[in-house]
Design a protein around this ligand. Structure first.
Ligand code: GUN
Length: 281
């Protein structure tokens, strides 16, 4: 079984991006900039944002974090986004989710200039991705896609089963695999026989938030299994895949942690650089 090392893949990607930033700097005499807006003091969000900042600096991206208290008014955030939209030194804008209840998430996402939307959440980017046009691609599914391609460069005709239909993961993952000529099935909480669907799959992407849902007898022996889940349990952090059981029965599997997670941040850096490059044309 191949244990897919997301840490190593992310380090390789960061090294490539670092070189690219050096080239861009000599060509344009400036570097890509990433601005993250962090609202409130949720610990996981703070940790993510710190990691994003650290990784951005490591590859030479100029990064800035703007922090607001939980009580900040929506209009203050929208005004700041407008300012960042017209700031030439800012290539990418990310508003860390989740947001406090009094702030309308969709309004915030739609305020971001689509050409600076490094999350790929703006409806313009969602639409472009689903139409097969150039767009920012959400970082987690992009990271999953790059890991799958490392194991199997030719995905044409493969059957992929996505567990979970979220806008963040399931839906964009589907678009990426469709573009590779996979036959894609999206499953969710109302799917009749999830085990039977998974047993058909050459590729499984589990992104549903249910601890250890995918079991050892749900998988084909040559399947590639990508586990997007990060679930806190009494036994520590586990994924959506039962690692011990599934690892005995498949071709390749990502661990949790150390699988998809590190790739997500590396892909955010890639998206920032891609936004910068598009803005220089
Ligand atoms: N919170 C958890 N994951 C994400 C993400 O990918 N983007 C943003 N903006 N917030 C998140």
């Amino acid at each position: 079984m191949i244990l897919i090392d997301g840490k190593e893949a992310a380090a390789e990607l960061r090294a490539e991006l670092k070189e690219e930033v050096v080239e861009l700097k000599s060509k344009h005499n400036k570097v890509p900039g990433l601005t993250v807006i962090l609202i409130g003091d949720l610990t996981p969000s703070q940790i993510y944002v710190r990691n994003k900042e650290k990784s951005a600096n490591e590859v030479g991206i100029k990064s800035e974090v703007i922090k607001y208290p939980d009580s900040v008014e929506e209009k203050t955030v929208l005004k700041k986004i407008k300012e960042l939209n017209s700031d030439e030194t800012v290539s990418g804008i990310l508003v860390q989710l989740p947001l406090p209840k009094h702030i309308d998430k969709q309004k915030v996402i739609e305020a971001i200039d689509p050409s600076k939307d490094v999350d790929g959440f703006h409806p313009m980017n969602v639409g472009n991705l689903s139409s097969g046009y150039e767009s920012s691609i959400p970082c987690t599914p992009l990271g999953c896609y790059l890991l799958i391609k490392k194991i199997e460069p030719n995905l044409s005709g493969k059957k992929a089963v996505i567990v979970g239909r979220s806008n963040l993961n399931g839906k964009p993952m589907t678009q990426l695999l469709l573009k590779e000529n996979c036959t894609v099935t999206i499953t969710h909480s109302k799917t009749k026989d999830l085990k039977a669907e998974c047993l058909e799959a050459d590729i499984i992407v589990a992104a549903v938030g249910i601890p250890e849902l995918v079991r050892g007898d749900w998988v084909k022996k040559d399947a590639i299994v990508i586990d997007v889940g990060i679930n806190k349990t009494d036994n520590g952090i586990v994924g959506d895949v039962h690692f011990d059981e599934v690892s005995k029965n498949v071709r390749a599997l990502t661990p949790v942690p150390g699988g998809v997670g590190p790739m997500t941040i590396a892909c955010l850096l890639k998206n920032t650089i891609d936004c910068f490059k598009r803005s220089q044309i």
